[in-house]
Design a protein around this ligand. Structure first.
Ligand code: HDE
Length: 709
């Protein structure tokens, strides 16, 4: 791992300081029971005779075992697998025109945050790089109480009304009879649901796209999904969509790579986040707002209350209003990451809800599920969940109550307690927006929610060609795993055929289903998009100008060229990349110049799927050794297959042929491939420049052989 640039554990803010009271430090302390009784021996239980039975009076043994027996709490019903970090948020300039929220109005204020990233379907111990939506939940500890922005890395959702959430989650989770498959949507019950519920169409396009395979939590966008409201001090309301924009750009893995990583390092995203923060490469995101006046709400050809729709940036630009920096890892996974409780209904004055029926359901569900998961109603007192704003009310009792309320007036109004706590000044208190309401009591979907395919088509059409190929291949894979032909057929004909003919046809051919006829919008689905493509939806257009925090493996064995390695390493590190030497074994490797270097990994313990790019330097003996290693050849073939930058200098250039890549069925020949950077003669200056450009490009998708037609 690269050395730390800064000592992040000292990075503190109002929240992390408040946690100090609860931190337990064992340094130079004596071992005790939970009651503080000193213990000098914890390796043998108390017995009647040295070979006799353990005694019931052994309170130390019983306490130790009882505590162990009760360590587990229920995992989250969704988003069970997650990783989190502390940091802060700072607004660029006051947003008083739109909101009275203090943390969005004071540019000098660093609001503490705790962010938890997650997958959705898998259990707590499942792999990070599965095909799935990622959660992106942020708790802002503002001076006016906690605001939780509980978002995802995809701007839309599977369903329009929260009453269908149990159905979609049951369908995607492992099937109930045999609990398979884990953390995967590629099975019959999920696609059966999709085939019968056309409102899933748009979200399916996103989950089958590269967005569902992020390279890193540091390189994915976040979305509040629903339309929220911002309310200013005069009570005026604007509609708003929240966004997080990663400063490193939005980048993805490829499916074969993601699957291999699941085996090589199931903690890939967790480790990436942890190591980035430990080494001072703090993840950064800008908060973006799309603001729409109430008067314009009906202008976009779809209903802003429908969470299966996004508001294209081309129609309403995203204003970047502030920055979030994650600069400190938690001290204890369970106490912080596991016990944190986000809740959509945690809003502060100046932010309010809308009638989006998905959001309305969420306003109920989070607190409800936390009552079980965290064992009662007092979970807001768990240190990570406490606001930094003071808390005073008449709540009392229940399991795990920490607060010792003083006085005898636990009701309102009271005179015994002098009327305390006083009601807040209405100008500073939370005020629900007084939206006018009328209507009949009905169990019914609004007609304005009926167009399920226009934006699915818009998304598909807006992707670059390689992204479209990946999406088609993903559907070929997922439906290829579905056992029942009628389910495959329904997905193709009822869903995909309404999105795009080429997409539906290519999937149909790969999964043994008759190809559908040309797309025609189903009855009642007449609305079409105001725009035909939205470039902002493609990751092609994300920033690709830096190699910061990219990981590069240097393949060495005894006899490598230190001259070449040193030149390349220096340039890569100067660009902010992390360079690791990978060798046949641990322990020093000797260069042809006689220098010794220490490899971080071996071809056995590492794999190129764990790196962004690979570099093979010259050195006759080194290259001859590497050629003989099956794992090293696999290293090169995988990097090539996953479209990564491959740098080769001196004798290292022989390795492409040794790995059989001169025969690879690629769309682009090796010598025309900008991601394959070679210098047989060792012009290291030009070589490093081109290699850095290739790494910054993230991948060279033009190399890819297209999926079966
Ligand atoms: Fe959630 N969701 N969700 N969800 N969700 C939960 O709350 C729910 C939805 C999201 O890191 C649960 O404490 C319903 C959309 C994240 O702790 C639960 C509906 C979005 C997290 C729940 C949705 C999300 C959750 C499970 C449909 C993106 C993880 C454990 C109406 C905007 C938070 C928990 C963390 C977690 C309910 C849909 C994001 C069961 C009913 C849409 C990031 O309450």
């Amino acid at each position: 791992m690269a050395p730390r640039k800064a000592p992040p554990k000292t990075a503190s803010n109002g929240k992390t300081e408040s946690l100090e009271t609860f931190r337990e430090r064992p340094e130079n302390q004596t071992f005790t029971t939970d009651q503080g009784i000193p213990i000098s021996h914890t390796d043998d239980s108390l017995k009647a005779g040295v070979r006799g039975p353990t005694l019931l009076e052994d309170f130390h043994f019983r306490e130790k075992m009882t505590r162990f027996d009760h360590e587990r709490i229920p995992e989250r019903v969704v988003h069970a697998r997650g990783s989190a970090a502390h940091g802060y948020f700072q607004v660029y300039k006051p947003l008083e025109k739109y909101t009275q929220a203090k943390f969005l109005n004071d540019p000098s204020l660093k609001t503490p945050v705790f962010v938890r990233f997650s997958t959705v379907a898998g259990s707590r111990g499942s792999a990070d790089t599965v095909r799935d939506v990622r959660g992106f939940a942020t708790k802002f500890y503002t001076p006016e109480g906690n605001f939780d922005l509980v978002g995802n890395n995809i701007p839309v959702f599977f369903i329009q009304d929260g009453i269908k959430f149990p159905d979609v989650v049951h369908a995607v989770k492992p099937e109930p009879h045999h609990e398979m498959p884990q953390a995967a949507s590629a099975h019959d019950s999920f696609w059966d649901f999709v085939s019968l519920v056309p409102e899933t169409a748009h979200m399916i396009m996103w989950t089958m796209s590269d967005r569902a395979l992020p390279r890193s939590y540091r390189m994915m966008e976040g979305f509040g999904v629903h339309t929220f409201r911002l309310i200013n001090a005069q009570g005026k309301s604007h509609l708003v969509k929240f966004h997080w924009k990663p400063l490193l750009g939005t980048h993805a893995l490829v499916w074969d790579e993601a699957q291999k990583i699941s085996g090589k390092d199931p903690d890939f995203h967790r480790r990436d986040l942890w190591e980035a923060i430990e080494s001072g490469n703090f993840p950064e995101y800008e908060l973006g707002l799309q603001i729409v006046s109430e008067e314009d709400a009906q202008k976009y050809g779809f209903d802003l209350l429908d969470a299966t729709k996004l508001l294209p940036e081309e129609q309403v630009p995203v204003q970047r209003v502030g920055k979030m920096v994650l600069n400190r890892n938690p001290d204890n996974f369970f106490a912080e990451t596991e016990q944190v409780a986000y809740c959509v209904s945690n809003v502060v004055p100046g932010i309010d809800f809308t009638n989006d029926p998905l959001m309305q359901a969420r306003l109920f569900s989070y607190l409800d599920t936390q009552l079980t998961r965290l064992g009662g109603p007092n979970f807001a007192e768990i240190p990570i969940n406490r606001p930094v704003a003071p808390v005073h009310n008449h709540q009392q009792d229940g399991f795990h109550r920490d607060t010792i309320n003083t006085g005898r007036a636990n009701y309102h109004p009271n005179s015994l307690g002098g009327g305390c706590p006083f009601m807040a000044n209405p100008q500073q208190a939370f005020r629900h927006h007084p939206e006018r309401m009328e209507g009949n009591k009905v169990r019914q979907r609004s007609e304005s929610f009926s167009d399920h395919f226009s934006q699915a088509t818009l998304f598909f059409k807006s992707l670059s060609r390689p992204e479209q190929q990946h999406l088609i291949a993903a559907l070929q894979f997922e439906l290829g795993k579905v056992e029942r032909p009628e389910v495959r057929e329904r997905v193709v004909n009822q869903i995909l055929a309404n999105i795009d003919t080429e997409l539906a046809t290519r999937v149909a051919l790969a999964v043994g289903v008759p190809a559908p006829k040309a797309v025609k919008p189903p009855k009642g689905d007449k609305k079409r998009n105001a725009i035909t493509t939205a470039p902002s939806l493609s990751m092609l257009n994300t920033p690709k100008d830096s190699i910061q925090t990219r990981k590069i493996a240097v393949m060495v064995a005894d006899g490598f060229s230190a001259l070449e390695v040193n030149a390349v390493k220096k340039a890569l590190v100067a660009g902010g990349a992390i360079v690791e030497l990978v060798a046949p074994k641990l322990g020093p490797v000797k260069s042809q110049e006689g220098e010794e270097a220490m490899p971080e990994k071996t071809f056995l313990t590492a794999s190129s799927v764990l790196y962004d790019a690979i570099y093979a330097p010259g050195g006759e003996k080194s290259v001859a050794t590497i050629k003989q290693l099956a794992d090293a050849m696999e290293f090169i073939r995988d990097a090539y297959r996953h479209c990564k930058a491959v740098g080769l200098s001196g004798e290292g250039t022989q390795l492409l042929e040794a790995a059989g890549l001169h025969q690879a069925p690629a769309a682009q020949p090796l010598d025309a491939d900008p991601g394959i950077v070679q210098s047989a003669k060792g012009d290291m200056k030009k070589f490093t420049k081109n290699f850095i450009t290739a790494i910054a490009a993230h991948r060279n998708w033009d190399r890819e052989a297209p999926p079966p037609a």
